[in-house]
Design a protein around this ligand. Structure first.
Ligand code: ATP
Ligand code: MG
Length: 470
């Protein structure tokens, strides 16, 4: 090993020394693919001919910590120089009966057989650790299914017969589309046509795994291609049938593209972060259901934001998406249609900032989403950017002055208001705070205890008069 070897190399080196001899230790799967592609390779998965108990025994004897991560699948994690490596014994999969998992796994097979159970040729390559250690990876990759040449041709191809492979595990078709998006690859013809023929198997995959894959697809390099593959193959309809009516839904003169094409553009323009990309996918999903044409022939989508919110929530409930993430995407969808104009008063801008605050959406995030949506409309990019910059500068200037945007920023807190009213807390308190917030958003200079006391007394008098103050 060279002196300049990086920390990972040194850590792998330690593992390999600990497990020798006859361990046949190799790096497998995604790391090899990404390494050949020159991409930032993620987790390094290792595989070996040794049985898991032997891996544990040898690693421990060499002073390395081990964790029996998944012994029944042949996986042990070995910690070397602070780095965890999953080491899996070469294995073959037993029969698949449920379209999701093999009934059992057979340990102690050859590397060749281990590679044959993997999903795509580009994921079915191995690099012996001794070559990785020397940095001599060129020509050393074990590649029985032509993964390297598929990388060159930028193709996702199933290992073996795609119909059979997709009948075993319904997640693989979705992974194919996800890799197509992440790597900007095409799916080889037979592999592609097998996807539509195995939709019944894909329908059995757990929604949690589907959400993970869809999110990776959305955050990929070529999400437009990935989404189009979902639509063309029919995978889209398994989990998000509400998206289908967007295809072919024509729009107004404010847009150059129909709804689906605009959506694809918005996803691609949005920064590759899960919430922004999901919001881009779903922000206009309510349009087809709200589309109307008036007597002049103009197309309208009145109330489409509300419909988009309903559909987004339905999809996220179906996919069992977490609460915080759902809330973030809903907030982006809810506010995507607001276009602050130059003629808006400062108070109107602050009212908008208050709505963002109520929904927990940072102004900066709203801005990043808005510009993606604007650019996706397909009109003059430069003027769009300039206009957006002006909106953001003004909003940021107003936000920097830290105006009160929520009840807890009022100069009088709830306790003080209760004392003033000489009444127990209740719904009236929320109404009063909302009123005071309206007042100070109009004019932040009025956010002083004296001024708010005066306003509150007036409001209380008024409320009692109107019998609202119960
Ligand atoms: P990522 O960059 O998302 O980690 P990956 O290819 O490494 O991509 P993993 O889920 O980490 O994906 O899986 C590691 C390897 O295990 C894959 O490269 C592939 O060889 C194999 N594999 C993963 N999932 C499947 C599957 N559903 N069917 C067959 N082989 C699979
Ligand atoms: Mg991986």
């Amino acid at each position: 090993m060279s002196k300049s070897a990086g920390p990972i190399q040194q850590a792998v080196d330690r593992v390999s020394e600990a497990l020798a001899p006859e361990a046949e230790l190799v790096v497998v799967g995604g790391w090899v693919r990404d390494h050949l592609l020159g991409r930032d390779a993620g987790d390094m998965d290792l595989a070996t001919a040794l049985m898991p108990e032997e891996v544990m025994r040898r690693a421990k004897a060499a002073g390395l910590k081990t964790v029996p991560t998944g012994l029944q699948h042949g996986t042990v994690t070995v910690i070397s120089k602070g780095q965890g490596f999953e080491i899996t014994t070469f294995r073959g999969d037993g029969d698949y009966r449920d379209g999701r998992h093999p009934e059992c796994v057979h340990l102690g097979v050859s590397l060749q057989e281990d590679l044959a159970r993997r999903d795509f040729t580009i994921n079915a390559m191995a690099l012996p650790v001794e070559f990785y250690k020397c940095g001599e990876t060129l020509g050393r990759v074990i590649d029985p299914f032509g993964g390297e040449s598929d990388i060159e041709r930028r193709l996702i191809r199933a290992v073996g017969d795609p119909l059979k492979r997709f009948a075993e595990d319904g997640l693989r078709p979705l992974r194919a589309c996800r890799f197509a998006s992440q790597l900007g690859f095409n799916i080889e013809e037979k592999t592609l046509s097998a996807i539509s023929q195995r939709l019944d198997v894909s329908a059995k995959v757990s929604v949690e795994r589907v959400f993970v894959e869809l999110t990776k697809l959305l955050c990929g390099l070529e999400p437009k291609g990935g989404l189009q593959l979902l639509a063309d193959s029919g995978l889209l309809d398994l989990w998000t049938p509400e998206l289908r009516p967007m295809i072919g839904c024509e729009q107004t003169r404010h847009h150059r593209f129909p709804v689906w094409e605009h959506t694809l553009e918005a996803v691609a323009f949005a920064p590759p972060e899960p919430a922004l990309r999901w919001a881009a996918l779903l922000h206009d999903v309510g349009k087809p259901a709200t589309r109307t044409i008036d007597e002049t022939g103009s197309v309208h989508f009145y109330g489409h934001e509300a419909r988009s919110l309903e559909i987004t929530l339905a999809i996220f409930l179906r996919l069992k998406v977490g609460h915080a993430f759902t809330r973030e995407v809903l907030a982006l969808v809810r506010h995507h249609g607001t276009h602050p104009l130059e003629e808006w008063s400062d108070a109107a801008c602050r009212r908008f900032l208050r709505k963002l605050t109520e929904d927990g959406l940072p102004l900066e995030e709203w801005g990043r989403f808005r510009i993606a949506d604007q650019l996706a409309k397909g009109f003059d990019e430069a003027s769009n950017l300039l206009q957006h910059q002006r909106v953001m500068e003004r909003m940021m200037r107003l936000a920097e002055a830290k105006p009160p945007l929520s009840p807890n920023a009022l100069a009088l807190d709830g306790k003080a208001l209760i004392q003033l009213a000489e009444k127990q807390g209740g719904p009236w308190l929320g109404s009063l705070q909302k009123h005071l917030l309206d007042v100070v958003i109009e004019d932040p200079a009025r956010n002083t205890p004296e001024e708010l006391k005066r306003c509150a007394v007036d409001w209380l008098k008024d409320s009692r008069g109107q019998g609202r103050f119960q």
